[in-house]
Every structure is written in C-alpha cells, then in structure tokens.
Design a binder for this molecule. Sequence first.
Ligand SMILES: [Fe+2]
Length: 268
Amino acid sequence: MSFLRNNGYEYYDLKEKLQYNRMEEDLEEVKQEFEGLPVDAYAKELNRYRKYARAVIIPGTDEVQWLPSIQTEEGEMYKYFQGSFNPEYTNSARDFPAISAGLRSNRLLNDIVMFDYKQTFWREEDMLLPVHAGIHFVKLEVENEDDIAVSSPNHLHQDGEPFTFAHLIHRQNVEGGLNAIGTPEVAGNVPEEVEDSQLLKKMTLTEPLESYGVFDPMVSHYVAPVTKGEEDMKGQRSMILIDFQPTVCPDPDEISAQLKKSKLKFTK
Ligand SMILES: [Fe+2]
C-alpha cells in the first residue's frame, strides 16, 4: 500500500525516481516552454501565466496519448471542461493555449505523466476505459517589490478531480509558495487559521522536480502566494499540475435530455 493510498498525499523527488541519460536536457526544454507562457486570460491581475493540454492513458498500456488540440484565431488551444454532461458546467468550457506539440513529445514530460498515473488507484470499472489527464503549466511571476502572485483558490481546498500531482520545474528569487496539506474539514481556511492537528504536512518545494500528489477525497491542499525575493531579477515559480479523472458514463436519461438541447457535431 502506498503512502498516498493510506494518507491522501505523498511527497516525491522525481529527479531521483525518473533518472535517465538525457534528463537534464529534457528538463531544460520543459523550462524553456515556461519562458513563453502567455498570461492566464482568466486571471489577468494575478501575475499568473498558463498553458494546458489533455491526454488519455488506456489502462494496461504504458503510453500517454495526447488528445488533439484545436486551431482558433488566437492560436492552438485545448478546451478545458469539467464533465460535458454535468448540467452545471455545460457552458463553462474554457480555451487555454496549448502546450506546444514539440514539448508533448518530450520524454521527461511523458515520464512525469506516466509516473503520476501509476500512483493512482481506481474502482475496477474505471479501469475498463481511458483515464483522462489534464496537464497544466502554471507560472507565477513577480517583477516589482509589491507584486503578489496568487494561486486559486487562495485557501485550503479540494479540487473535485480524484487526483492532482504538482511538480516544481523552476523557482527563482521568490518568497513564499508554502504548500500545505490539511484534513478535508479545514477546506476554506488558510493554514494560519488551522490547528496543527488538522494540518498533515507543510513543505516548500525548492528543487526542480520536487513533487507531491493528493488523493482529493481524503485531504485538502493549499499553496501560499509568492512575492519577489531580494535579488535583482524577476521572481518566478513554475509548476506542472496534473489531474486525473475516470471516463464518466452518465445516466442514459441525462444523455438524452442533453443531446436534445445541444449543438451536435459529426465525428468526421
Ligand atoms: Fe487545487
């Protein structure tokens, strides 16, 4: 039994676990992708930059299969949505700029997704269909002394996806960014408001590929805002966040009702 299965969270040092010959070069390439990250259009004032991609893993195969991106006027994008048959979310599909095609074939990125996938656990029936992975590249960047870059939401919370993994890629000249894991009951609070017995772990990731994962139903999690450090350069904290969800087969009546009102497209 894994620590993650027993406790709802786990720390990993992936530099140690994923070692291979060209890893440093691949890490450098991943870092470069963060240089060109566009501003998160859904959080403009928060000094946050973001790209996104979607992939599936078919249980029993050891392969990350990247889903196709879509071309729009703003460039190559991936749609982000939380369950297209969930009536509450049908209108909330958002477009995020795509992680570049070249980087999607980077071995380190694929190894990270596969490593995370292998930490996850599911009901037997979920293993009959693809598991979906959402891959977020998120950079917090602060240029001025009073800038503050904030992750959302800015308190202990649960994501709703069964698993989320977080991997530090780069950290320079920032203060803050403390990660905390709490019991589910303390969701909604910041760690300072919570009794020590309800906080399971506090840590600050500082080295590339330091990572952690959470099994969402068992814990809440948090990352503190970052501000600029004392050196004379931008403050940056670049992370890869990966969430996993099962393929959800909705109730047939719900599908019929939704199909009647939706704009439908041929599979081509
Ligand atoms: Fe989260």
